[in-house]
Design a protein around this ligand. Structure first.
Ligand SMILES: Nc1ncnc2c1ncn2[C@@H]1O[C@H](COP(=O)(O)OP(=O)(O)O)[C@@H](O)[C@H]1O
Ligand SMILES: [Mg+2]
Length: 234
């Protein structure tokens, strides 16, 4: 995947290849600029590959049918400051085509409870949310239409330990229902708790790949620990 052209072109990904099945969580690990967000945007179909192909749910990434089955938590979620948390999640449910008032209300409530915002979300407008609360709300918005695939870019950055733990248990719940997860992270706890497998990226290439247990058990790969300890700046 190359951004731009000519002398200023940036080759962000140099050919990476992976598959993801239901009930599985694949982690994208690596330092800033290694190509994690680019990979995620290609899977969502918001970015078109300049080479190779991306297939989700049996067709080219980004089709309407695939988008309806996907929930996305971006690195920085946009905040509609004038809406309450509940209104925001309800808006996402509508946009994702959740039909019927009662059904929508049930799912909105379930998603808000799952991220621990059921009470705050009734009254407080997003303008007043802390970074961690906004992160949780983004998670509820991504989950409200019960997607098969959850895609999360640095989901635990900005969360306190309790917030991270709640998010991770939500991911567990999603997987137990047979859902798939693709997530990028710098955080070792997030990676070890959430992921079965991981790709470690460096400068757009996969430098390590495998089951997380093996990656962490291997004394010859201190680079993995080093990479994951770097602070997150996006
Ligand atoms: N819109 C863009 N235009 C040009 N270059 C970009 C763009 N987005 C990302 N890049 C470049 O692609 C590389 C990978 O970026 P990114 O996928 O955001 O990395 P990560 O998410 O791992 O920090 C970096 O060199 C970055 O500068
Ligand atoms: Mg990124």
């Amino acid at each position: 995947m190359t951004y731009g052209r000519g002398p200023r072109a940036v080759e962000a990904l140099k050919g990476i290849d992976f598959e993801l099945c239901g009930g599985e969580c694949l982690g994208l690990l690596g330092p800033n600029g290694s190509g994690k967000s680019t990979t995620i945007k290609l899977v969502l179909g918001t970015l078109r590959p300049t080479g190779g192909s991306v297939v989700t749910f049996g067709g080219p990434a980004g089709r309407r049918a695939a988008r309806a089955r996907t929930g996305y938590v971006p690195e920085e979620a946009r905040r509609f400051g004038a809406l309450t948390g509940r209104e925001t999640v309800d808006l996402f449910a509508r946009l994702q085509g959740v039909r019927g008032r009662a059904e929508r209300a049930r799912r909105v409530q379930e998603a808000l409870e799952a991220v621990g915002l059921a009470r705050e979300a009734w009254r407080q407008r997003l303008a007043g949310y802390s970074r961690g609360m906004a992160r949780r709300l983004a998670m509820a918005a991504a989950w409200v239409h019960e997607p098969d695939l959850l895609v999360l870019d640095e989901p635990t950055s900005g969360l306190d330990p309790l917030g991270s733990e709640e998010l991770l248990s939500l991911l567990d719940r999603h997987r137990k229902r047979g859902g798939a997860i693709l997530l990028s992270t710098h955080d070792r706890v997030t990676a070890t708790r959430a992921c079965d497998r991981a790709l470690v990226l460096a400068e757009g290439e996969v430098v390590l790949e495998g089951a997380l247990d093996d990656l962490l058990a291997d004394d010859d790969s201190p680079s993995l620990i080093g990479l994951m300890r770097r602070p997150s700046h996006g």
